[in-house]
Design a protein around this ligand. Structure first.
Ligand code: SAH
Length: 201
């Protein structure tokens, strides 16, 4: 049972996560909700979070798959591993998550077959990470890539096509949040994110 989030639905407020200036994340609340939805998770699923950062998506995925499921969180950065572990503890989901310091794609090779891959990091290795994810996904498994850069999105689309993924979906999300100022509510734009998702045949 989650200690700090007692709801079935995703969308933990950003400020509930332990955060650090050295580590990116958490992925913003509304982006997390759509990312988890695109991953189409069920209880008992196996999920891999590549580039877990603060652990925002790791925690949300762990809550979805429950005690019978498993999340494998990977990051090359030691500070990200510590922060993710802290957030897993805070939200009471330490038990069904394995956190590993390692670099993708190499760190993916020893993992079991998965129902879904969440990809929030990868940089220049994105193509080979997608190839490794294809290899490790079960049939009908889902892949979701969160791209801040246009180049990341275009590489993801072309590689998913080349690998034979089906139902490739590209969703560009712009969120603005209301901020109270003296004269009323001003909408403040956040960075747009492109979410690329697909199904393994
Ligand atoms: N989704 C996260 C934020 C991800 S930030 C959250 O909600 O908190 C992206 C992370 O990817 C960074 O921490 C970075 O260290 C990691 N990363 C980038 N390339 C990587 C690679 N090739 N292997 C492992 N981790 C990587």
């Amino acid at each position: 049972m989650a200690k700090n989030w007692t709801y079935k639905t995703p969308g933990i407020p950003d400020e509930l996560f332990i955060q650090s200036d050295e580590v990116p994340g958490p992925t913003k609340e509304e982006i997390r909700v759509i990312t988890i939805s695109k991953a189409r998770l069920n209880e008992g699923n196996v999920v891999v979070d590549v580039g877990c950062g603060t652990g925002g998506l790791t925690v949300e995925a762990a809550l979805q798959v429950g005690a019978k499921g498993k999340v494998y969180a990977i990051d090359e950065d030691e500070a990200a591993i510590k922060l993710t572990n802290g957030n897993l503890e805070k939200f009471g989901v330490r038990g069904n998550v394995s956190v590993t310091r390692g670099k993708a794609p190499e760190a993916l090779l020893s993992l079991p077959m998965a129902d879904a891959f969440l990809i929030g990091g990868g940089g220049v290795s994105l193509r080979t990470i997608l190839q490794a994810a294809f290899f490790k996904l079960k049939p009908n498994g889902r892949i979701v890539i969160n791209a801040i850069l246009l180049e990341t999105a275009t590489v993801a689309i072309s590689e998913l096509k080349a690998l034979g993924f089906k139902d490739i979906d590209i969703t560009h999300i712009s969120v603005a949040k209301g901020k109270q100022i003296n004269s009323g509510t001003m909408m403040m734009a956040r960075n747009p994110i492109t979410i690329v998702s697909a199904t393994k045949p």
